[in-house]
Ligand binder design. Sequence first.
Ligand code: AMP
Length: 289
Amino acid sequence: MRIAETPDRLPEGGRVLVPTMGGLHEGHLELVRLGADIARERGLVGGCVVSVFVNPTQFDEAYDYERYPRMVEQDAALCAQAGASAVFAPSVETVYPTPESRRDPVMPQVAYEPKLEDAARRGHFAGVCLVCRRLFELTGAAAAVFGEKDWQQLQTVRAMVRMLRSETEIVGSPTVRNPDGLAMSSRNRFLSDEDRARGLALSRSLLAAGREPTPDAGEAAMRRVLAEAGVTPDYAAIREASTLMPPAEGVPIERVTWRAVVAGRVGSVRLLDNMPWPLGEGADGSASG
Ligand code: AMP
């Protein structure tokens, strides 16, 4: 598996990009498999390129940035097994060659209006928008695959690409969960056994919400499940799925596409999760790993 540090070392031809920060798990590898399938179906001979870049501009805590797992050789071996054509592991200087390249992101409303992730992690989506735009430019990706796990991020990147009239198509892929329901995350390795058990309250709260007849009752159910587990959420909300705003007053519930979203700190780790609302029989919009 080739580890390219600069774009000229990437395989020639059209590409599908899977942007990651490394520390890869089965959730990322599902995106890689989907990316490789898309490249094959569309005859993009450059294949599926996985970027591994711990982006300094999207961290709001120095400690979180410093301890973020870095293991690119191991990641590259997993990417090869999942069908990637190359790993793109650029330096900070390659992604941000000038001070200006770290400034003035193109940010859609969904990045700053809903007061969800944007309120809890100030500056985070500015960094996400900066890095995604740069990675799309550097790799010339025809398509890029993102996980539904980070729902507000997926909506943000989709909307940013529309604003930029970029050629890169954004493809979403369902959340991959552990058998106990916890959404897979590179940060889960920092959970103690006890915190991991408490962390299950996030997916439980979404399942409980999905069975309630109204968004208000769903939100109350989420708060109840989280409180019982002793988890104080940053937010636990049911919103319109693409803007993440509350719909206009008076719009009938069944006319809206909804998404239930939740995030909160458990021990030293911040967890986030989401599911469609309401939940159909046996459905939660996830894939199990
Ligand atoms: P990260 O390395 O955490 O920045 O994530 C890179 C990509 O993988 C993002 O598009 C995430 O949404 C996606 N991802 C992370 N965890 C999961 C998961 N459990 N299921 C599906 N996608 C995921």
